[in-house]
Design a protein around this ligand. Structure first.
Ligand code: FAD
Length: 470
């Protein structure tokens, strides 16, 4: 059918929230149209987020390993060099293959794809200015807003994507900066700081708060910060940027302690602003049709992802909850399940978080600080990768597994892993929490040897009893 026929579901935004909702809706037999302004599917995540950043993290890690780790394994290489255009090219190829893959999935599932900017003109009509410059109205019994988020600007710091870049610019710098200053020590800043640090930039991270990644378990965070410092990343915590001067060749930043005090200056060739992301609702017609938003500009929804306007739903980064691709996808599936008359569910307490640096840090459930605040009695079991045979065999044994369980019942409350591939290892723990498992359940599950996963088993043993190998 064409986009102007009435749809069961119209989705504005083709990111991980929107495109997954579109495919799921079509699979449930609903006539579905997805509107995307970017000219490519996959949203922030695929085009300028998760995927290109992981491509560069991998390439830069390979370079770094070739330079610094191969020799330990008896692999001799000489003249290891970075070919930046080729590195960026492999990233771009990965992105374009994947976006085209989603277009293929749309065709396969009979989702109508409209390229253009969507604006709600009623609770069942979206006017679209197409990328070709035409206007059309797409009608739907249900509308899902999946417009995601955008870079949050920092007052007084103008992003030009050359000297002062957002994460988007930092994914395609044409030269390796000698000095890179990262403003904001969150996941994105640390990941992109790592990329350029490995390629040779001197990286300084300026953070307003007293800690890097505040959502992380404190004990893990300390070890993580130490690890990044060993990789020569510098941190200036409790520090704010109060002035930016781009009149010279590079950038001169004026800094001040967050609490106020004497100013200092810091020079950089490139400054990355990664001080958070903001929901994107510009030009969407929300005020006109009366969709309620909260103080942070996020669309308010009920447990069925419905807004206050009947027939209008919202999912992903544009609503409250963790601003992560996999959360947006879960929202998308649950939302269309409700629309199709089924039941969906997303537990925001069980969304894993991963920082894809080296080592990676992955976590699920509560941090020790959160458990303390809850006032429950708990036990902690830890196991260092230094005592894990696989990690030692491959000479990559930094990090640990930390499990927090309720003392009385042994039910697992949180798991935190710092290690290479922690982002893969965490899912056993995610499943455990999803099923309300105890640490003994993990400990008594046979794990293959020799694997990094054994560290999780041993940490589980240490939670209610004792580990074997330490
Ligand atoms: P988005 O992906 O932002 O998609 C929204 C889409 O809607 C966009 O394509 C936009 O063009 C379109 N749109 C907006 N308004 C309109 C309109 N009016 N009409 C038509 N189209 C419109 N998350 C992870 O889980 N793992 C990671 O490793 C990770 N790494 C990241 C790295 C970086 C550098 C960045 C910036 C983000 C990263 N994220 C990561 C976050 C992740 O990208 C987001 O959480 C995710 O993309 C949110 O999905 P979404 O569908 O809600 O929105």
């Amino acid at each position: 059918g064409s986009a102007s026929d009435e749809n069961d579901v119209v989705i504005i935004g083709g990111g991980p929230g929107g495109y997954v909702a579109a495919i799921k809706a079509a699979q449930l037999g609903l006539k579905t149209t997805c509107i995307e302004k970017r000219g490519a599917l996959g949203g922030t995540c695929l085009n300028v987020g998760c995927i290109p950043s992981k491509a560069l993290l991998h390439s830069s890690h390979m370079y770094h390993e070739a330079k610094h780790a191969f020799a330990n394994h008896g692999v001799k290489v000489s003249n290891v060099e970075v070919d930046l255009p080729a590195m960026l090219g492999q990233k771009d190829k990965a992105v374009s293959n994947l976006t085209r893959g989603i277009e293929g999935l749309f065709k396969k599932n009979k989702v109508t794809y409209v390229k253009g900017y969507g604006k709600l003109i009623s609770p069942s009509e979206v006017s679209v200015e197409t990328v070709e410059g035409e206007n059309t109205v797409v009608k739907g019994k249900n509308i899902i807003i999946a417009t995601g988020s955008d870079v949050k600007p920092l007052p007084g710091v103008t992003i030009d994507e050359k000297k002062i870049v957002s994460s988007t610019g930092a994914l395609s710098l044409s030269e390796i900066p000698k000095k890179l200053v990262v403003i904001g020590a969150g996941y994105i800043g640390l990941e992109l700081g790592s990329v350029w640090g490995r390629l040779g930039s001197e990286v300084t991270v300026v953070e307003f708060a007293s800690d890097i990644v505040p959502s992380m378990d404190g004990e893990i965070r300390k070890q993580f910060q130490r690890s990044l410092e060993k990789q020569k990343m510098k941190f200036m915590l409790k520090t704010k940027v109060v002035g930016v001067d781009t009149s010279g060749e590079g950038v001169k930043l004026t800094l001040e302690p967050s609490a106020g005090g004497d100013q200092t200056t810091l020079e950089a060739d490139v400054v990355l602003v990664s001080a958070g992301r903001a929901p994107f609702t510009a030009g969407l017609g929300l005020d006109e049709i009366g969709v309620e938003m909260d103080k942070m500009g996020r669309i308010s929804v009920n447990e069925r992802f419905g807004t206050n306007v009947p027939g209008v739903f919202a999912i992903g980064d544009v609503i409250p909850g963790p601003m992560l691709a996999h959360k947006a996808e879960e929202d998308g599936v649950a939302c269309v399940e409700y629309i199709a008359g089924k039941v969906g569910h997303v537990d925001y307490d069980l969304v894993p978080g991963v920082c894809y640096t080296h080592p990676e840090v992955a976590s699920i459930g509560k941090t020790e600080e959160q458990v303390k605040t809850m006032g429950v009695e708990y036990r902690v079991g830890k196991f260092p990768f230094m005592a894990n045979s696989r990690a030692k065999a491959i000479d990559n044994a930094e990090g640990l597994v930390k499990i927090i369980a309720e003392k009385e019942s042994d039910k697992i409350l949180g798991v935190h892993i710092m290690s290479p591939n922690a982002g893969e290892l965490i899912h056993e723990a995610v499943l455990a929490l999803q099923y309300g498992a105890s640490s003994e359940d993990i400990a008594r599950t046979c794990h293959a040897h020799p694997t990094m996963s054994e560290a999780l088993k041993e940490a589980a043993m240490a939670t209610y009893d004792k580990a074997i190998h330490i």
